[in-house]
Design a protein around this ligand. Structure first.
Ligand SMILES: [Zn+2]
Length: 264
C-alpha cells in the first residue's frame, strides 16, 4: 500500500503534500564519474579536455595522477617513482590505488571525468564495486565505424618539410607524390599505414568490448555513433552529443535514485 501511494505521488508530481509524500533529500544525488572512450583515431583525450572545459568538470587522467604522485611522500608515491625510474608502465593495481586515493582525498565532491581508466575489465569491475556506494558512473563510447577510420587514416599523407597534410581522396595534392607548396616528397606516417590502423582497431575492440559489455549490464553505458559527423564539424557535434548524454543520464539516474529512496 505504501509503495502504491508513493508511485501514485511520483506519477502525479505531488512530491510535497500535507501528510503525504515528502520531498526526498537533495543529498540523494551522488556525484557522477564520467568515463570517456573513443574509437582509436577519434581523439578521446581531446574530447575529455574539451568537455572538462565546457562543463567545468575536473579531469582526472592517468598522466595527471602520475604527476601528482611522483613528488608525493607516501607509499603510493614511492611505487610510482620506482616504476618511473625503471621505465616500466604503471601496473593495473597501482593505477587503481592512485585513482582511489586521489578521489577519496579530493575536497571537492563534484562530478568529474576519468580519462584513461579503466584499462581492463577487472579495473572496470573494481571501479563499479568500490566507488558505486559514493558515486554514479557513466561510461560514454564515442564510436566511429572502423571502415571510416581506416579510410580517413590510411589516406593521409604529410609533407615532412612544411608539415602540410593531404588526403588521397578528400584533399589530394596536384601530384600524388609531391607537396603542392614546397615540392618535397610526401610521406605516410607509420601510424597511418592501413595494416597498423587495422591492428590498432582490433586491439582496441578486444580490450574495450568486455568493458562495454560490463557497463551495459550495469545500465551505465551510452554509445554515441559519430560516424555521420566525420568531417569539419566533427568535434563540435560530438561534444554537443556528449553534453546531452551526460545531462540526460543525470536527470534519469537522479530520478531513479529518488524513487529508490522513496520506496525504501
Ligand atoms: Zn611541403
Amino acid at each position: 500500500m505504501k509503495k502504491i501511494l508513493f508511485l501514485f505521488c511520483l506519477a502525479s508530481g505531488c512530491f510535497v503534500q500535507q501528510g503525504g509524500c515528502q520531498d526526498p533529500p537533495t543529498s540523494v544525488r551522488k556525484p557522477l564519474i564520467i568515463i570517456l572512450f573513443g574509437t582509436p583515431g577519434t581523439g578521446p583525450g581531446d574530447f575529455a579536455l574539451r568537455i572538462s572545459d565546457e562543463m567545468s568538470l575536473p579531469l582526472i587522467s592517468t598522466s595527471s595522477l602520475v604527476q601528482a604522485y611522483l613528488t608525493q611522500e607516501s607509499p603510493i608515491g614511492a611505487s610510482v617513482r620506482e616504476t618511473f625510474n625503471t621505465h616500466g608502465s604503471i601496473p593495473d593495481k597501482l593505477l587503481l590505488d592512485m585513482t582511489y586515493d586521489y578521489i577519496q582525498k579530493r575536497e571537492n565532491r563534484s562530478d568529474f571525468i576519468l580519462d584513461g581508466i579503466p584499462r581492463t575489465l577487472a579495473q572496470a569491475q573494481s571501479l563499479q564495486k568500490d566507488l558505486s556506494p559514493q558515486f554514479r558512473i557513466l561510461c560514454i563510447y564515442i564510436q566511429v565505424k572502423d571502415a571510416a577510420i581506416i579510410q580517413i587514416k590510411s589516406g593521409r599523407v604529410i609533407c615532412p618539410n612544411c608539415g602540410r597534410v593531404y588526403h588521397k581522396e578528400f584533399s589530394p595534392p596536384d601530384d600524388p607524390l609531391t607537396c603542392d607548396q614546397c615540392d618535397s616528397a610526401l610521406k605516410q606516417l607509420e601510424d597511418d599505414v592501413r595494416e597498423n590502423v587495422v591492428l590498432r582497431l582490433n586491439d582496441f575492440h578486444k580490450r574495450a568490448t568486455p568493458i562495454f559489455d560490463f557497463f551495459k549490464k550495469e545500465k551505465c553505458f551510452a554509445e554515441i555513433d559519430s560516424t555521420a559527423y566525420v568531417g569539419e564539424e566533427f568535434r563540435d557535434l560530438v561534444n554537443a552529443e556528449i553534453r546531452r548524454t551526460i545531462e540526460r543520464f543525470d536527470i534519469d539516474s537522479t530520478r531513479a535514485l529518488k524513487l529508490e529512496v522513496m520506496l525504501s
